[in-house]
Design a protein around this ligand. Structure first.
Ligand SMILES: Nc1ncnc2c1ncn2[C@@H]1O[C@H](COP(=O)(O)OP(=O)(O)O)[C@@H](O)[C@H]1O
Ligand SMILES: [Mg+2]
Length: 253
């Protein structure tokens, strides 16, 4: 039995202006699990994500990543272990070439030479972007930039991959390609999303965050089929979408 990839316990947080966004959040994610984090606007999802690698601190409660507490003492190691893919890939890509963007983190962590090149090639290969290595990121499509953003994080070999709205602004083909890539990754995944069919397709388990607390934690298909729960937390399925008609995401062992 290995330790959980992520353990959040009693996490509460108020912004400096006094607005309290989290009121005691508890959950854990086992290694290799894929979990969706659902919830209406303003529920505290982004606030929670920003606690996972210590961008926000100073509240009460604890976050641990593979047993290591998130806190000032281990910040470099925490940042390596928790790979966050932000909503806008252009916040994450700033180098002249794809290769340099993907090499940036591992190089800062001390990797050099063939070891670094191998790390870059492997990360780009995992997102199907190997042949774009020498291209400037701003010449790529939005979907390709998002895949490169995923590669920059995978290159750090994180304990957990956290994605904020990975399917937003993607056309249907890019959305499906990204789903195939995410499904193929052998990594613990926490995905914030408003795209409920995407959650169902990719994540066997979902958490509903609402008003700063976990309102539900269970099988994605079961939660999406619970009309009262969905209505209570302003979660709406696309018109005509029946969660019972879709085969649930297969779990990995
Ligand atoms: N910098 C901030 N200062 C004060 N309140 C904030 C700040 N950022 C977010 N909030 C508030 O905290 C709550 C949770 O926000 P957020 O985590 O962004 O929710 P979500 O990502 O689920 O939409 C909201 O009520 C929001 O208005
Ligand atoms: Mg948000």
């Amino acid at each position: 039995m290995s330790t959980a990839s992520l353990e959040v316990s009693g996490l509460a947080f108020a912004y400096p202006d006094g607005h309290q966004a989290l009121f005691g959040v508890d959950f854990s994610v086992a290694r290799g699990e894929r979990v969706a984090l659902l919830g209406p606007n303003g529920a505290g999802k982004t606030t929670l994500v920003l606690h996972l690698n210590g961008i926000l601190t100073g509240g009460t409660g604890t976050v641990t990543v593979a047993g290591l507490p998130v806190g000032k003492q281990h910040m470099a190691e925490i940042r390596r272990r928790v790979g966050i893919v932000f909503q806008d890939p252009d916040d994450q890509l700033f180098m002249p070439t794809v290769r340099e963007d993907v090499a940036f983190g591992p190089a800062a962590a001390g990797l050099r030479g063939p070891e670094l090149e191998e790390r870059v090639d492997r990360a780009l290969g995992r997102v199907g972007m190997a042949e774009f290595k020498d291209r400037p990121p701003h010449h790529l499509s939005f979907g390709q930039r998002r895949r490169v953003a995923v590669a920059t994080v995978l290159a750090m070999e994180p304990e957990i991959l956290v994605l904020d709205e990975p399917s937003s602004n993607l056309d249907p083909a890019s959305r499906r390609e990204l789903a195939d890539i995410l499904r193929s990754l052998d990594v613990t995944l926490l995905m914030v999303t408003h795209d409920l069919p995407y959650a169902l397709e990719l994540c066997p388990r979902s958490l509903v965050l609402s008003d700063g607390v976990i309102a539900a934690d269970g099988g994605t298909a079961d939660l999406l089929a619970d009309d009262a729960l969905m209505r209570a937390h302003r979660l709406e399925l696309p018109y005509g979408f029946d969660p019972r008609s879709v085969p649930a995401a297969p779990g990995r062992s």
